[in-house]
Write a protein that binds this ligand. Structure first.
Ligand SMILES: Nc1nc2c(ncn2[C@@H]2O[C@H](COP(=O)(O)OP(=O)(O)OP(=O)(O)O)[C@@H](O)[C@H]2O)c(=O)[nH]1
Ligand SMILES: [Mg+2]
Length: 293
């Protein structure tokens, strides 16, 4: 008999949820950055071992909603948590437990799904600091187990996975063998371009950017042509993204193309353009079409 289920990842922005998913899946399915609020959609990353399939659901970091975009992100987190078989509450060991973590923990207490806590980034901690943060995690009084991990280095990840496996109900596999995520190729490529943008921009720009891949063409063996639009909200943001003599957009293009070539396994011709799309974050119809639901 096989087992399998969904594990939803809850936690503040920037604690390392997407890094953890990539580590477990063994491939980059979710983009990562040191800016908060990188993840916008629930992304399913699939891990199969032996008779057990764990579908990890990467989620946006929980924060106070400011607009239609962040309201949808918050609602998605709630829905995914309710629909999963287990919740993994991730904490940033380097920062310790704060009010944001306590708020999320409260929403998980008394829910129908079992909660496990992961204290991440222990590669940055002394033994004394680790013990202190484990104590704080225990004081959240949620969850039946706490695992210290480093998503970046892999420490503690096998032990955590073994525990999660034990929580999965009996049932058939939901994804075919070798599947790593439920994202369309267009979405994955758009996300990789967005990651390149986020990593090179500051302040409000990472939040104001969305990327849409309009077309992936295969004109011949060994070559893909990808057409992508980078949306920003104002002309001044557009100016920054293009940069003096087009240097910024060129750097973004080079970095993105490298990632796209890695994923597609062939040469990529990337056609990038920057468009101003005012208030896209407040446009409910547009957010629907972007799959941010
Ligand atoms: N030192 C260290 N850094 C880590 C570890 N895991 C993640 N990070 C870093 O933490 C930052 C945030 O990682 P993400 O995986 O994007 O965090 P997230 O929780 O998905 O963030 P949101 O999508 O914004 O909610 C990145 O700079 C990662 O490289 C870890 O185990 N150790
Ligand atoms: Mg993330």
């Amino acid at each position: 008999m096989t087992r399998g289920g969904f594990v939803a990842l809850a936690g503040r922005p920037n604690v390392g949820k997407s890094t953890f998913i990539n580590a477990v899946v063994g491939e980059k399915v979710a983009i990562v950055s040191d800016r908060p609020q990188t993840t916008r959609r629930a992304i399913r990353g699939i891990h199969r071992s032996g008779d057990c399939e764990i579908v990890l659901v990467d989620l946006p970091g929980v924060q106070r909603p400011r607009d239609a975009l962040t309201s949808r992100m918050a609602r998605r987190v709630q829905q995914e948590l309710e629909g999963s078989d287990a919740a993994l509450l991730m904490l940033n060991g380097e920062q310790g437990v704060g009010p944001g973590d306590r708020f999320i923990a409260k929403t998980l207490v008394g829910g129908a799904v079992p909660v496990t806590i992961a204290v991440n980034k222990i590669d940055r901690l002394s033994t004394a600091a680790l013990l202190a943060v484990l104590q704080q995690a225990a004081e959240l009084e949620v969850g039946e187990a706490i695992f210290p991990i480093s998503a970046r280095r892999g420490q503690g990840v096998p032990e955590l996975l073994a525990h999660l496996r034990g929580l999965m109900p009996e049932g058939p596999f939901m994804y075919s063998e070798g599947a790593v995520s439920d994202q369309s190729p267009e979405l994955l490529l758009a996300e990789l371009v967005r990651e390149a943008v986020i990593r090179r921009t500051f302040q409000e720009i990472p939040h104001a950017v969305e990327v849409v891949v309009e077309e992936i063409e295969r004109p011949r063996e060994g070559l893909a042509r990808v057409r992508a639009l980078i949306w920003v909200e104002t002309d001044s943001q557009k100016g920054i993204l293009i940069g003096a003599q087009g240097r910024m957009i060129k750097a973004i293009g080079t970095a993105s193309r490298r990632e796209l070539e890695r994923v597609l396994g062939c040469r990529v011709h990337l056609d990038l353009s920057v468009r101003v799309r005012r208030d896209w974050r407040a446009d409910e119809g547009l957010l629907d079409r972007l799959g941010i639901t």
